[in-house]
Design a protein around this ligand. Structure first.
Ligand code: URP
Ligand code: ZN
Ligand code: ZN
Length: 458
């Protein structure tokens, strides 16, 4: 099967040029200024960008959390991702206390099997690490689960103590895995939450007021120190506060292999959203919380200057009805998380490239190439080159859309960006050579996504 994409502007992390792209079966086979040949299917990309498919390395599909389960499963979540121009995800499997690490991974493989419409890999959340389980980390790295998420918050649920964190970091120094860190000081936050509730403060905004930026900055600094002592790279997830970014910048300026991602919500929303009337602030209850205005400009600078290397979504949707509502009388019972898997590429293009904050090539790097490199998927994914998977987005830079839960495909009853008008959208999307979004319509198949066995750090 040959597919030819003609007349488009090919954009990678380093180059922008007019070119034709030939796909044979699942792979890109040829790129040239002009390819005059027959193909089974020809797609005219005149006036459009031809981009490597987006890679979202932070999603939570079908995840039990906060007394509920995230509203998108691997079918609805990956179809929504495809609509938005994302062709691969790395989701989080959870090892619950008392389980082996493999049990956690296998449970999530079952959830994805037969449902995922795009390719998927897993990080493993470790919640319990007795010494006897450490060799299993090595075994998982060999099987392509090459990264582990550790939590410095949510005591009694997900949090690990510093000793276990240090042992996990030390193990990845040896086995080539990567630790992704949720950096917030959970014990301090728990005290602040108890105090707020005792004072009768139950509204959603107290979620943010009890998780101060300094609690994120302290944990970020601690995580960086522990990684430095262990002599291993570290990746800070969902970085939200400018003062946490300062810690990452400081570490990188000292030459340490410190990496971090931020998410669109921290670039486009702010603490002010928690002040929306009634219970609407619950829409934005996530951890870390949205920060005061002003933080986002520093994050944009971090993205432009490479102190932040990726933009992922932390897609963890809960409906207002029956899910977020669990915390109607107590903000600490609102399930933490928000939807975003479908809107990441368009939001970042509109707010980043169109507003002149990042270049088009940097946009590709942040949404695809750099996450692929950090998480062992490059060059199979993350670029358009002969031999790479034909995960390709034909992106219309002029297409206008008004974001709304009514028209988006995520299975959640609100959208944090409801009514926002943006320009730039995925029009046609290919996953390993197959058109899965054709002019905005899903033409793929739930279950056609494959598990991605990722490479360890070199
Ligand atoms: O609020 C959030 N971020 N929910 C998902 C779990 C996590 O910490 O990433
Ligand atoms: Zn987290
Ligand atoms: Zn998350």
């Amino acid at each position: 099967m040959k597919t030819l994409i003609r007349n488009g502007t090919v954009v990678t992390a380093t180059d922008t040029y007019r070119g034709d792209v030939l796909i044979e079966d699942e792979k890109v086979s040829m790129i040239a200024t002009s390819l005059a040949m027959e193909a089974d299917r020809t797609i005219d990309a005149k006036g459009k960008y031809v981009l490597p498919g987006g890679i979202d390395v932070h999603t939570h599909l079908d995840m039990p959390f906060g007394g509920s389960t995230s509203a998108d499963d691997f079918a609805s979540g990956t179809i929504a991702a495809a609509h938005g121009g994302t062709t691969a995800i790395v989701d989080f499997a959870i090892q619950y206390k008392g389980q082996t690490l493999r049990q956690g991974w296998e449970a999530w493989m079952q959830k994805a099997q037969g449902k995922a419409a795009i390719d998927y890999g897993f990080h493993l959340i470790i919640t319990d690490l007795p010494e006897k389980l450490e060799p299993e980390m090595d075994a998982l790295v060999k099987e392509g689960v090459t990264s582990f998420k550790l939590f410095m918050a949510y005591r009694g649920v997900l949090m690990l103590d510093d000793g276990s964190i240090f042992r996990a970091l030390s193990r990845t120094a040896e086995n080539g895995g990567t630790i992704c860190m949720h950096a917030e000081n959970g014990d301090v936050i728990d005290v602040l939450v108890r105090r707020a509730l005792a004072e009768g403060h139950t509204a959603p905004k107290y979620h943010a007021l009890t998780r101060p930026p300094r609690a994120e900055a302290e944990a970020t600094y601690r995580a960086l120190c522990l990684a430095e002592i262990a002599g291993v790279p570290i990746y800070i997830v969902h970085l939200s506060a400018a003062e946490a970014l300062e810690k990452v910048t400081e570490a990188r300026d000292r030459g340490l292999p410190a990496y971090a991602e931020t998410c669109p919500q921290y670039l486009f929303l702010s603490y002010a959203n928690y002040e929306e009337p009634g219970f609407d602030g619950a829409k934005y209850v996530m951890s870390p919380p949205l920060r005061e205005k002003g933080n986002e400009e520093k994050l944009w600078r971090g993205l432009a200057g490479n102190d932040l290397q990726a933009v992922s979504t932390d897609h963890c949707p809960f409906c207002m009805k029956e899910q977020k509502e669990l915390g109607k009388n107590d903000f600490s019972k609102i399930p933490n998380g928000a939807p975003g898997i479908e809107t990441r590429m368009s939001l970042l293009y509109d707010g980043g490239v169109r507003k002149g904050r990042i270049s088009l090539n940097r946009f590709v790097e942040l949404t695809s190439t750099s996450p692929a490199k950090i998480f062992g998927l490059f060059p199979r994914k993350g670029t358009i080159a002969p031999g790479s998977d034909a995960d390709i987005v034909i992106f219309d830079p002029e297409k206008k859309q008004t974001l709304s839960a009514k028209t988006l495909h995520m299975k959640v009853d609100y959208n944090p960006y409801e009514g926002r008008e943006i320009t730039g959208a995925a029009e046609t999307v290919l996953s390993r050579g197959k058109v899965i979004i054709d002019n905005g319509k899903f033409t793929g198949k739930a279950g056609s996504g494959q598990f991605l066995k990722r490479k360890p750090r070199s």
